[in-house]
Write a protein that binds this ligand. Structure first.
Ligand SMILES: Cc1cc2nc3c(=O)[nH]c(=O)nc-3n(C[C@H](O)[C@H](O)[C@H](O)COP(=O)(O)OP(=O)(O)OC[C@H]3O[C@@H](n4cnc5c(N)ncnc54)[C@H](O)[C@@H]3O)c2cc1C
Length: 527
């Protein structure tokens, strides 16, 4: 079945929602989300959105902080264009009903790496508030048609991503094949926007939602687009270690209140890794210390001891943590909280300009799926909601200029061939678990050449089997997501192998030094 629209927006997080809302009313928009809305990592964002709004702050200071965090790889031009539109984004969100604390009234937050208070928030429910408000507005717009539980499988291009030179690709994006129920629909559009978010699910432990399987990155890669700096993955040091609550973050503010990290032998271990700063060392140092301690002792988690704070203090100042832990029977004033670092943010992505343009005409990539160069080798906290929102607006502003004259006329529908329904879901489940374990054990926070080499061999074996299943079975979400995390895992490993140094979020024991000149890693499909 064919559907046509002017602009196809795939993904309904901060990036997709802002883009859809800003597209002029005379253009028809199809907004897809594979999960019910409100959706995505956006819904989970707690800290806030970084933007300059106070007189003692400036675009230059925000830029300086971003560059300092970025480990020498921030693209200054791209960063400036995104950061300088932050105040406008905040004002625009306020017009839409998203009034953040710290912009005008209330006090902005401050996070590690920011030299000024510029993290605008709504308690610790910033993302939820943004998602709910913007999703609600999209539902009211006459020119926006929403399809939830609609899974984009592949992009449709008129030539299959042949490289001309540099980042330019021959071909034009015509839309996407989309799985709804059991049927694959052909969505044709004059412009397609990928806003599918990150890929934390490639790792065994992640703070991301189940939907973060890097679908957009994998689709763009298959279409021939270059993928940049995927070795830089930010890990949050303390995610709850519990089978029933796997992506629950235990806020880092607890360590500011004196919570201590213990290994399972009840030994405080930070002194071995950063004697001076101990628990207050930067996030990456803490994550590496925990990872090292777990690998050394063969344990699958460590402990965060906040018992000294007492019930009253914890309930008053850390209601989310208290609620989350007690709901699974862990009483934080009586016992240490079991925690594990978790994959949190994908710094790399599809190479794109701040307005989302890519090397394929008619295709934009925005938000966490994109790599604009804003984050360099390490993300400054709260810059990602900023990036997603600004990119959404910039894409919508410029789409009318690049829109194709009409939708493609003749595109072949999805061919099911002799595909049969997947009967043995254990094969898919096992491959999911194996891939994520390999990534966690060998391509996690601390890497070595040997582990990277070995992980690639595992991924090749799993991917081969998954490809066989993909071509011989009816499309289903689990299989499609598995195929995408295999692709993304492979790209992460090959990017990590290319980087012969330790920089930003990438740490390899076999090349622990940082080289004098910083280079980006770029991986593209060899055809
Ligand atoms: C727990 C947590 C806390 C965070 N806190 C902060 C914070 O305080 N500040 C900050 O700046 N950043 C924070 N981040 C990061 C930030 O939330 C994300 O980078 C940002 O929200 C990404 O927005 P996005 O629109 O690109 O993607 P998302 O919000 O992840 O949205 C992706 C959308 O794409 C859809 N989708 C995916 N694949 C497909 C497909 N194949 N077909 C159809 N639809 C698809 C999903 O269903 C979803 O609708 C946090 C992240 C997490 C996980």
């Amino acid at each position: 079945m064919n559907r046509r629209c002017d602009v196809l927006v795939i993904g309904a997080g901060m990036a997709g929602l802002t883009c859809a809302l800003e597209i002029p009313d005379h253009l028809s928009v199809c907004l897809l989300s594979k999960t019910p809305m409100p959706a995505g990592s956006t819904y989970l964002a707690q800290g806030g959105l970084a933007a300059v709004t106070s007189p003692d702050d400036s675009i230059e200071l925000h830029l300086e902080d971003t560059i300092a965090a970025g480990g020498g790889l921030v693209d200054e031009k791209a960063a400036r264009s995104i950061i300088s539109r932050g105040p406008e984004l905040v004002a625009h969100l306020a017009e839409l009903g998203v009034i953040l604390e710290g912009a005008g009234s209330g006090i902005a937050g401050i996070e590690g790496g920011h030299s000024r208070r510029r993290v605008l928030h709504l308690d610790d429910r910033t993302g939820r508030f943004i998602s709910e408000t913007l999703s609600g507005l999209c539902r009211l717009r006459g020119n926006i048609e929403i399809a939830e539980r609609a899974f984009a499988v592949n992009l449709i291009t008129d030539r299959d991503g042949q490289q001309v030179s540099g980042d330019e690709i021959r071909g034009h994006c015509l839309g996407a094949y989309v799985l709804i129920g059991d049927e694959v629909h052909t969505f044709l559009a004059r412009e397609t926007v990928l806003a599918t978010g990150g890929c934390g699910k490639v790792y065994r432990y992640t703070s991301n939602q189940d939907a973060s399987t890097g679908d957009g990155i994998a689709m763009a890669y298959r279409a021939g687009l270059p993928i940049r700096n995927m070795e830089f993955f930010q890990f949050h040091p303390t995610c709850l270690f519990h089978p029933d609550k796997r992506n629950f973050l235990v806020t880092e503010a607890l360590r500011g209140e004196g919570a201590r990290r213990l290994n399972l032998d009840a030994k405080r271990f930070m002194s071995e890794y950063d004697q001076e700063r101990m628990e207050l060392a930067p996030r990456d140092v803490v994550a590496r210390a925990i990872d090292s301690e777990m690998k050394k002792l063969g344990h699958d988690h460590v402990l965060l001891d906040a018992t000294h704070l007492g019930r009253e203090f914890l309930e008053e100042h850390f209601p989310e943590v208290t609620l989350g832990t007690t709901s699974v029977g862990i009483i934080p004033w009586e016992e240490p909280i079991p925690v594990v670092p978790a994959a949190h943010y994908c710094v790399g992505g599809v190479i794109a300009s701040p307005d989302g343009t890519t090397g394929i005409r008619g295709l934009r990539v925005i938000g966490e799926a994109a790599s604009t160069g804003l984050h360099g080798a390490n993300r400054l906290g709260s810059n990602s909601l900023l990036e997603a929102g600004v990119m959404g607006i910039m894409a919508a502003e410029t789409i009318p200029e690049t829109l194709a004259d009409s939708c493609a006329a003749n595109v072949r529908d999805w061919s099911y061939g002799r595909a049969r329904p997947l009967s043995e879901s254990i094969l898919v489940d096992h491959a999911w678990a194996s891939l994520r374990s390999v990534m966690w054990d060998y391509v996690g926070i601390v890497r070595t050449d040997r582990r990277l080499h070995r992980s690639l061999r595992f991924i090749e074996v799993i991917s081969e089997e998954v490809e066989e299943d993909y071509w011989s079975h009816m499309p289903c979400t689990d299989l499609l997501e598995l195929r995408n995390i295999c692709t993304v895992g492979d790209v992460i490993v090959r990017s990590a192998q290319k980087r012969r140094e330790s920089r930003g979020l990438h740490y390899n024991l076999d090349c622990p030094e940082i080289s004098e000149t910083g280079r980006n890693t770029v991986i593209r499909l060899e055809k």
